[in-house]
Design a protein around this ligand. Structure first.
Ligand SMILES: Nc1ncnc2c1ncn2[C@@H]1O[C@H](COP(=O)(O)OP(=O)(O)O)[C@@H](O)[C@H]1O
Ligand SMILES: Cc1cn([C@H]2C[C@H](O)[C@@H](COP(=O)(O)OP(=O)(O)O)O2)c(=O)[nH]c1=O
Length: 216
């Protein structure tokens, strides 16, 4: 399926720094797209719709069977795609999602060891023809992410997981990035926020000029 709008996802282990850059990217894109009468829709998973936000509370707080967790993540995603992502892309608007299916592979697959085969089935079921045009993977060593998290906020169910969980989650993100090099760009998030912005600006400018995603 080809849409006139573009779809960007932000990914990374908790504390990698993705939330720090989302508003910046959204504002930058909106400034460029307003002249074309296009909107930037900023959304997130789990969440993105009223039902998705209700399920987010449950997913981030309650312990549950691993497969229940994966199925709920994809149920949230099905609703998000139907209500928000596809209508926006069809209108020619741009969508930024704070996490998408790569997070299910990384967290439920990598972190919790759900078989990637089952995740592939869910992905094929829920969005056989939709993938982000660009996925920004914020990548940092675990200790850096942990130190950043500890310095800031109360931790949810996932953020309280142990180091091996995040090592496996990060490895699965990197494996996905290697599997889909055309849409993934890895952001070395140990650098300063300003340095990261220079790289992000370059990627966004290329996408805006319709030149696609430049090489890594
Ligand atoms: N490049 C960076 N250098 C130093 N600190 C950072 C950087 N990026 C983010 N941080 C800080 O790390 C913490 C976690 O960042 P955040 O963007 O919330 O992570 P995430 O959304 O990936 O969980 C925040 O306090 C943020 O200010
Ligand atoms: C989308 C998605 C998220 N998650 C997890 C990753 C995160 O720990 C959590 C969502 O939190 P996150 O997006 O990091 O929000 P915040 O920055 O406000 O903490 O949900 C999954 O385990 N699987 C998924 O498919």
């Amino acid at each position: 399926m080809t849409f006139s709008g573009k779809f960007i996802s932000f990914e990374g282990i908790d504390g990698a720094g993705k939330s720090t850059h989302i508003d910046y990217v959204a504002e930058r894109l909106q400034a460029a797209l307003t002249a074309q009468n296009k909107q930037v829709i900023c959304s997130r998973e789990p969440g993105g719709t009223p039902l998705g936000e209700t399920l987010r509370q449950i997913l981030l707080q309650q312990k549950m069977h691993l497969e229940t967790e994966a199925l709920l993540m994809f149920a949230v995603r099905r609703e998000h795609i139907a209500q928000v992502i596809e209508p926006a892309l069809k209108r020619g608007d741009w969508v930024i999602s704070d996490r998408f299916t790569d997070a299910s592979f990384a967290y439920q697959g990598g972190g919790r060891h759900l078989s990637l085969e089952k995740l592939n089935v869910l992905e094929q079921w829920v969005h056989p023809h939709l993938q982000p045009d660009l996925t920004l993977l914020f990548d940092v060593p675990l200790e850096v992410a942990r130190a950043r998290l500890d310095a800031t906020r109360d931790l949810d169910k996932f953020e309280q997981e142990k180091a091996t969980f995040f090592a496996d989650t990060r490895n699965e993100y990197l494996r996905r990035a290697a599997e889909f090099p055309q849409r993934f760009r890895i952001i070395d998030s140990t650098r300063s926020i300003d340095e990261i912005r220079v790289q992000i600006d370059m990627l966004i400018d290329a996408l805006l000029s319709n030149g696609g995603v430049p090489a890594q």
